[in-house]
Design a protein around this ligand. Sequence first.
Ligand SMILES: [Zn+2]
Length: 313
Amino acid sequence: MKIMDGHCDALTKLFVNPKLDFGKEEQELDVSYPRLKHAGVRVQCFAIYLSDTIQQPTFDHILQMVDIFHRKIVSHPGMRFIQNVQDWHDMEAGEQVGAILTLEGVDALAGNFTHLRILYHLGVRSIGLTWNYANWAADGVMEPRKGGFTRKGKLMLRELETMGIIADVSHLSQTAFWEMVEVYRKPFIASHSNAQKICPHPRNLSDDQIKAIIQCQGLIGITFVPYFVDSVNLAVPIAALLKHIDHVCSLEGERHIGFGSDFDGIEQWIKGLRHTGQYENLIEALCKNYREAQVEAFLFGNWRNFMLANLPK
Ligand SMILES: [Zn+2]
């Protein structure tokens, strides 16, 4: 079965440890070409993520990661860089694995809109507005003051809309989320977040947030971070993940569910989902609980519909 995964941090690992080889199966790399291929992943989003790894991230750090994305990921003959709808169709017509470049947290842009537009030119197609804490644009979910957007942050939303970069609300504070719903006029995503009703963690989405994402024709990437799946048990089984899917379905979000594993950004894993190559265990659990058409939509179809509607033509 075909899969799209909306979030991973493999790029950060390749940045921190230049010896890692994306083309080989590496113990340390949850997401690598052999594992993507083994799993049947057709499209993987790769996040440029700096907030937790570099003290004061700059635009130059972002450029270094774009460079690594090109040299180590999309230069692999089995990979294809997806920047627009045509690239997506070309990917589907062939055997290559599609790669979408994203940014997690705008900290390093320091409010510079020229840099923001340069990222668009370099192929960045989705931007997570914050990581856990505040930056110049908005507050993240773990920022104690629980603020919303700055004036400049709201201007950035306008800029994203104009350029056609997809806004990603995972990590964003509740206040900022609702401010965004008021001003932002395009569909947006939560690339790696679960349902608060099932697991009450601030990184997860409230029912009202889930409904707002459904309402805007957006997408929720159900994530494999164990403590966003189950707040009580340490050993989290795949079955616990299905509760989040059921819950989003109960809010009429069946067509707005995808997956955003957060592989390579986690140090604990769901049992049976240790790396991308183990997606087959999730597929098996899904097939036991949902109709085939539903499973195909969760794994790929919903993301596909979203991307074809929101990637630049
Ligand atoms: Zn994240």
